[in-house]
Design a protein around this ligand. Structure first.
Ligand code: ATP
Ligand code: MG
Length: 304
């Protein structure tokens, strides 16, 4: 049996031609998208998806047309968090229109394409040793396909919710040359800061500007009395942002209702805008909006 390395050229599949064709379709689709922002963190579980969902809802509240792409192919969570789980996507000649949630947010996720809850996405490699490279390549190919085939229509903002790992941003920045910026998420714990610093170094290697750092779970809001207590001991996100020289976008306190809202498929800001965490999301969205769409250098940013 031939191994792929024995095949001369592309084995007659014109793979290079196919990739080029997809990449040009991707570019064409994204011309109708005004701004594209990647939500990143080297660290897992710090709230990238929660931030992406609530930023999307905050922009939608202000009348923006927003899409969110779940770039986490192995552990997709956005369809659930935005309440579109179980929708079946139709393939049309013009591509695959994304699912639309109750707030009008367009959602594309691997979750909407897998046949059942138990089906994991697996990347078959020829050998164990090759599996890492193979997975990286397969992920990049799948993302390219996602971006090339999703019929977003005109959008003001497309948010890309990335899986953990700094290398993921390099892949996405390569696929999306028109990336407008990145938002980096951390929690106020030293272990997170160490990893997040690495992501910031990687983000600097892309052409897209770093819009700023969001500190998630910065304290705990008591649901009974509303007081803000400390959750993690360690340097805050604001000090980290100052240390590495990027803007600090704000701190979102931990609120148990946020996780409950995500599990019910409703963005937290939609139901709880007037809470410390809700206001934090709205303020962060306002700062990002300003960074992305500021009309002139003479206008002043929202107060921080
Ligand atoms: N500020 C918060 N208050 C309460 N719960 C939160 C908050 N932020 C995130 N969560 C919850 O914490 C869990 C992890 O968050 P989330 O899935 O957004 O992290 P993530 O960084 O996207 O994870 P992954 O690395 O797996 O993609 C979720 O259940 C989410 O609802
Ligand atoms: Mg996530």
């Amino acid at each position: 049996m031939k191994k792929y390395r024995d095949i001369v050229g592309d084995g007659g599949s014109n793979i290079v031609g196919q990739v080029e064709e997809q990449q040009s379709r991707l570019r064409e689709r994204l011309t109708a998208v005004r701004r594209i922002v990647a939500v990143v963190s080297g660290k897992g579980g710090v709230g990238k998806s929660a931030v992406a969902v609530n930023l999307a809802a905050a922009f939608a509240r202000e009348g923006s047309v927003v899409g969110v792409l779940d770039a986490d192919l192995n552990g997709p969570s956005l369809a659930r968090m935005l309440g579109v789980r179980g929708r079946t996507l139709k393939v049309t000649e013009a591509g695959v229109p994304p699912a639309m949630n109750a707030q009008g947010i367009r959602v594309m996720s691997m979750d909407l394409l897998l046949p059942s809850d138990e089906t994991p996405l697996s990347w078959d490699a020829t050998t164990q040793a090759e599996s890492h490279v193979w997975r990286g390549n397969m992920e990049a190919n799948a993302l390219r396909e996602f971006l090339a085939d999703t019929a977003w229509g005109p959008l003001d903002l497309l948010l890309l919710d990335l899986p953990p790992g700094a290398d993921r941003l390099i892949t996405v920045a390569g696929l999306v040359p028109s990336l407008s910026g990145t938002v980096v998420i951390t929690i106020p714990a030293e272990v997170s800061h160490l990893v997040v610093k690495k992501s910031i170094t990687v983000a600097r290697e892309t052409r897209a500007p770093i819009l700023g750092l969001v500190e998630n779970m910065g304290g705990y809001v008591c649901p009974q009395c509303g007081a803000l207590g400390e959750l993690f001991q360690g340097t805050g996100g604001e000090a980290l942002a100052a240390e590495v020289g990027i803007p600090f976008l704000g701190s979102v306190p931990f609120d148990p209702r946020l996780a409950a809202a995500a599990d019910r498929g409703v963005p937290f800001v939609t139901e709880h805008a007037d809470t410390p965490s809700g206001r934090a999301f709205l303020d962060i969205a306002a700062r990002i909006r300003f960074a992305l769409f500021a009309p002139s250098p003479s206008s002043s940013p929202p107060p921080g």
